[in-house]
Design a protein. Structure first.
Length: 179
């Protein structure tokens, strides 16, 4: 820390500028931008984009991950459509809420909202992604018990309710339907 002098009740000081050691090592900043909407002004997608524009002005080499959050309100479908397009290259239209769960187990606690609707375009997973298209839900290999529950309850896959309950219990997962 540099010199400090006191004038009345105002303190003036100087210190060396902080240096990001990652930048020195050639590793750029990575920033996760995860806002909710500004109700009545902008949805979460627009807010994330605005924040990202500001970061790009200051840190042009930073890796920015825009993850708009939705709480089931007005911006949820917009955030869903954007994420589907980004992850798969498909444009989802007429997305409709199907069901939701409070899910916990193995150190996590989350709310899952399930939507369905038609999608158009060509499936092109984002780099590093593993999006795949299955014409029949039964063809999905090694379905996680939570996915089995969601698909069964949404009537998009046939399954055995008791077998799903047992698989969830074996995995230490609880799923409570939202009201």
């Amino acid at each position: 820390m540099g010199e400090t002098r006191v004038t009345s009740r105002v303190y003036f000081g100087s210190r060396s500028r902080c240096v990001n050691p990652f930048t020195l090592a050639g590793i750029p900043y990575r920033v996760v931008i995860a806002p909710q909407s500004f109700k009545g002004s902008a949805d979460a997608v627009a807010v994330a984009a605005a924040i990202a524009r500001g970061f790009r002005r200051v840190l042009p080499d930073a890796q920015l991950d825009e993850l708009p959050l939705a709480d089931g309100g007005e911006g949820t479908v917009h955030a869903l459509v954007r994420e589907v397009r980004e992850e798969t290259g498909l444009t989802m239209t007429d997305a409709r809420y199907v069901t939701g769960y409070h899910t916990s187990g193995n150190g996590y606690d989350l709310t899952v909202l399930m939507f369905r609707g038609p999608a158009t375009g060509t499936l092109v997973p984002e780099p590093g992604g593993d999006a795949r298209w299955f014409a029949d839900a039964a063809a999905i290999p090694d379905r996680h018990p939570a996915l089995r529950r969601e698909m069964f309850d949404a009537h998009v896959a046939q399954d055995d309710d008791q077998a799903i309950r047992a698989a969830l219990a074996d995995a230490g997962i609880t799923m409570e339907p939202l009201g």
